[in-house]
Design a protein around this ligand. Structure first.
Ligand code: HEM
Length: 171
């Protein structure tokens, strides 16, 4: 790796960690904020919670997720971590992204669509989120040797075949 690129790794890692802290904090906060969408509260409070959810999701949590993911993808190539624990981590990150998308669709359904909507109770989503975040942290911090897990050999070596679809035209 080029020396100055190596020097950028600590800064990129700091950016990765700072943005994922904001991302994950938002994922924990939003289900609790959604639970405050109670028609029984005063109109002004309801509007405040609704706007906080909307702007928090679109202007803080989603951009932080994008920065965390972009920095993480760059780190994969700069640190050359093409190893099983990283692939396992990416599976859990994919589930985290799914959770993020579920939150977005729930915010739209509960707070931005006409009609009566039931806000989801926060306990179960928060437990699920805790499991996902802990799994990611264990994988990335312990970096366990997962090489012993048997994988089918077709996943471990190049297949040397054509792609199963037409190659996109070159521009
Ligand atoms: C697509 C999303 C992500 C990608 C591609 C990614 C990739 C990476 C890479 C390549 C590293 C450097 C590993 C090393 O230097 O050994 C790293 C570090 C780290 N990641 Fe991620 N990551 C992602 C999301 C997350 C999430 C969601 C969390 C936590 C919930 C997380 C937590 C961490 C931590 C704590 C480190 C520092 C580990 C260390 O330096 O020992 N990452 N990530």
């Amino acid at each position: 790796m080029i020396a100055w690129l190596d020097g950028a790794i600590p800064y990129l890692k700091a950016l990765h960690i700072a943005s994922l802290v904001i991302w994950c904090a938002g994922l924990f906060a939003l289900p609790l904020m959604l639970a405050r969408h109670d028609p029984a509260i005063a109109q002004a409070d309801y509007s405040r919670v609704r706007l906080a959810c909307h702007y928090g999701y679109t202007w803080v949590v989603t951009p932080a997720a994008m920065v965390a993911i972009a920095a993480g993808i760059l780190l994969i190539f700069m640190r050359e971590v093409f190893v099983p624990w990283m692939f396992a981590k990416l599976v859990f990150v994919a589930l985290l992204v799914g959770f993020h998308a579920w939150l977005g669709s729930t915010i739209v359904a509960v707070a931005e669509t006409e009609g009566e909507h039931q806000t989801p109770a926060p306990l179960l989503p928060l437990l699920l989120l805790l499991v996902l975040v802990l799994a990611i942290l264990v994988l990335v911090l312990a970096k366990p040797e997962l090489d012993k897990i048997p994988l089918p050999h077709w996943l471990m070596e190049p297949r040397g075949r054509q792609l199963p679809f037409d190659a996109p035209p070159r521009l």
